[in-house]
Design a binder for this molecule. Structure first.
Ligand SMILES: [Zn+2]
Length: 439
């Protein structure tokens, strides 16, 4: 059992002062504001936020940071660079890279990550001796870094979509594919959850999964969280309309995939009907603002989706930036730029997107400082050059990941005094990139 005392903490109904938080066996058993510091309390500093969720991650994209932004191109030319990295990873190098990336995430304040995982097989497309060697590497990496994980094991069957239908997998994509839904299901059924990791499902996109397989996946996934890239680029919409005569959102709806267990990632280029379908079905929408601007994707209708009924979540996706505060601010800032209005979301709506809604979309009941929730919390310094003078209820507009002082997951401190339990992630990243001949 641990008892903390926080000068300020973000509780479900907003920021309170002088909050006592008690953790027993990894769960919050008392959360009481307005109390003085007790003799056995461990004193926290600054503002305590609930655990923050990274709703959409591809850990290996971290390799591309700082190397793929300066030479122009498009989403599609960036994808070729990403494929070149994907072709070089094996379970050992993947584990080391993911471990470093997850440590970087934890240090920035993320307490749970949804890893959208499609690097299943060897570069020739053959199963490893352990068919889940790559997924197990991600699970071990998350365990080492102390971050919760939902491994969103991804169905990926086709190379792309044109007006004439789906195209075959290319040489790099072969390692992403199980061949059919039945084999995907058999492999994923062998993945075991751990105390801090769960196994979810994903369809890569309507480009990579034909309609019949989408419907099969909906059944095979059972009650797992189910994620899908949706309408990130206009070209996907155009191909889907040309071949199916429907938008990607309509195709998912017709396949029975929309609903509260499902998260549409990006949801950038939507029609009014698409927004209605997603909202009415309570399908979550995961925005990845720092990636979407880096890849020139566009700005999705976040406010309209929330108004329609879709919970919003946030993800670091391509790892161009790993910082929960940047994503949170990006959601609001992009809306401001296209609307000409400030305050498109309340601070509470932004914190919810970054915490409880993200947890729910990854299949966890958490991301809130309340009795019965997992003892996951993020302590943000209020005395840095960035945050000094910020009101506690607006600190997320000022802070960056560099202001995170402590991170607790399930009662275990994984970041203390701004240092991760594994040491400096930069060192881990350097070693991991070196093995891939990138550093
Ligand atoms: Zn993605």
């Amino acid at each position: 059992m641990t008892t903390w005392h926080a000068p300020y903490a973000w509780l479900p109904d907003g920021v309170h002062a002088d909050v006592r938080l008690v953790e027993t066996d990894g769960v919050l058993t008392d959360v009481t504001p307005g109390l003085p510091v007790g003799p056995s309390d461990e004193r926290l500093i600054g503002v305590v936020l609930p655990g923050l969720a990274n709703g959409h991650s591809h850990a290996f994209h971290r390799v591309l940071r700082g190397r793929t932004h300066g030479d122009g191109g498009t989403f599609w030319t960036w994808r070729e660079q990403m494929y070149a990295v994907a072709a070089r990873l094996d379970p050992d190098t993947y584990r080391a890279l993911a471990r470093a990336v997850f440590a970087e995430m934890a240090l920035a304040g993320f307490t749970v990550v949804g890893e959208f995982h499609y690097l299943h097989h060897d570069p020739q497309g053959r199963p490893y001796a352990d068919p889940n060697a790559m997924g197990a590497a991600v699970q071990e990496a998350a365990t080492d870094a102390g971050i919760r994980l939902t491994l969103l094991d991804t169905l990926y069957l086709a190379g792309g979509l044109t007006a004439d239908g789906h195209t075959p997998l290319d040489d790099v994509q072969r390692r992403y594919s199980d061949g059919d839904v039945g084999r995907w299901h058999g492999r994923v059924a062998a993945l075991r959850p751990t105390a801090t990791s769960r196994v979810g499902a994903a369809a890569h996109s309507v480009r990579a999964v034909p309609a019949a397989a989408l419907a099969e996946l909906g059944t095979a996934a059972g009650d797992r969280p189910l994620h899908v890239h949706l309408s990130e680029q206009p070209a996907e919409n155009a191909a889907c309309q040309a071949f199916y005569g429907r938008t990607p959102t309509q195709l998912l709806a017709d396949a029975g995939l929309l609903g509260p267990r499902t998260t549409a990632v990006h949801a950038t280029h939507l029609t009014d009907d698409d927004v209605r379908l997603l909202g009415d079905s309570r399908t979550a929408a995961c925005f990845c603002p720092t990636t979407e601007r880096d890849l020139a994707d566009g700005i999705g209708p976040a406010r309209r989706l929330l108004d329609a009924g879709s919970p919003l979540t946030l993800g670091s996706d391509s790892q161009a930036v790993v910082d929960p505060f940047e994503e949170l601010r990006g959601l609001e800032a992009h809306e401001r730029l296209i609307s000409g209005a400030r305050g498109r979301f309340t601070p509470a709506q932004l914190i919810t997107a970054a915490s409880a809604a993200g947890y729910a979309s990854l299949g966890w009941d958490g991301g809130r400082l309340a009795v019965g929730a997992p003892a996951d919390l993020v302590v943000v310094r209020a005395d840095s050059a960035r945050t000094t003078g910020a009101r506690p209820d607006q600190i997320a507009y000022a802070a960056t990941g560099a202001d995170v002082d402590r991170v607790v997951v399930g009662g275990r401190t994984i970041v203390r005094d701004g240092e991760h339990v594994l040491g400096d992630p930069a060192r881990l990243l350097h070693t991991a990139l070196d093995r891939l001949e990138v550093a």
